[in-house]
Design a protein around this ligand. Structure first.
Ligand code: DAK
Length: 259
């Protein structure tokens, strides 16, 4: 995989892959090409049987400071419609494997929305989250008004979306936007640790479980429970279920194969 604005590093021995956003001078502003690269990398890693968990990160100063304002500033509504960024974001949303966001510094606008497309978030003490689009005359466009209230509740989401002010990692943790805060220098170690702890499980079970949890934000309880039941039964058709339960009974570590 050859990309200009991201670096992709699979570590097959551990079944994890890292995507690093790499436009450091622009604080990883998400231009169209970069987002297209993220979409393509995720699709390809999703199809790679050697990868079970994906980590997305930026650098110490910024995860991503939002969509590229310079690229958007002269566009009109029809330009935006034709560019159709939604097809890119919709594809990202379809990623079946668990994604961990490892966030240091700014996660703003589309950057915060990309974080919310991930399944778990490890943040450094310097991380800041915000939806500052209101300050440039627009509003969140990649799910911020919908995913943020689901994550942090209406009051804080309204405050963030309407003032555009950022929140600290500490506040994000209290509000439930992120999983944990770690010192900056431990960000990748701790993110990899979480990824490994997921990746040692059956990759099919990981995907079925992720799908079921995500559906809870869209379905009624009855529909969600129905999907959970189907996925639960389906896992009994896998070799991994036989292996996992046999390993428990035999008091050994399971060897999951994703079959
Ligand atoms: N776009 C373009 N360039 C950016 C940028 C951005 N979002 N953020 C920072 N940069 C650039 C700066 O212009 C500067 O470049 P030079 O001037 O050096 O050439 C460089 O990065 C360093 O930034 P600063 O000099 O500003 O650094 P500071 O430490 O002083 O400030 C900051 C850091 C993050 C507070 C500040 O840069 C800032 O406020 N940035 C903008 C944050 C923002 O408003 N983000 C939201 C953008 S709107 C959609 C999908 C996504 C979206 C919409 C629709 N669809 C699917 C339809 C998303 C929209 C957005 O995210």
């Amino acid at each position: 995989m050859n990309f200009e604005y991201i670096i992709v590093k699979p570590t097959y021995a551990e079944h994890i892959a890292l995507i690093q956003l790499n436009r450091p001078k622009e604080l990883n502003a998400l231009n169209l090409q970069l987002m297209g690269e993220v979409r393509d990398a995720l699709k390809s890693l999703d199809e790679d049987d050697n990868v079970r968990v994906i980590i997305i990160t930026g650098n110490e100063r910024a995860f991503a400071a939002g969509a590229d304002i310079k690229q958007m500033s002269d566009k009109n509504a029809i330009d935006m419609l034709k560019i159709d960024q939604f097809s890119t974001w919709d594809q990202i949303k379809k990623t079946k494997k668990p994604i961990i966001a490892a966030v240091s510094g700014f996660a703003l606008g589309g950057g915060c929305e990309l974080v919310m497309h991930c399944d778990c978030v490890v943040a450094s003490e310097t991380a800041q989250f915000g939806q500052p689009e209101i300050k440039i005359g627009v509003m969140p466009g990649a799910g911020g008004t919908q995913r943020l209230p689901r994550a942090v509740g209406k009051a804080l989401a309204m405050e963030m979306v309407l003032t555009g002010e950022f929140i600290s990692a500490e506040r994000a943790l209290q509000a439930g936007l992120i999983n944990k805060i770690v010192p900056v220098e431990l960000l990748m170690d701790e993110s990899v640790k979480m990824a490994k702890s997921m990746a040692r499980n059956s990759p099919i079970a990981l995907q079925m479980a992720k799908e079921a949890v995500l559906k809870s934000f869209e379905n009624s309880l009855t529909e969600g429970l129905y999907l959970e039941r189907k996925n639960f039964y389906m896992l009994f058709a896998t070799e991994d279920q036989k292996e996992g339960m046999a390993a428990f009974v035999e008091k050994r570590k399971p060897e999951f194969k994703g079959r």
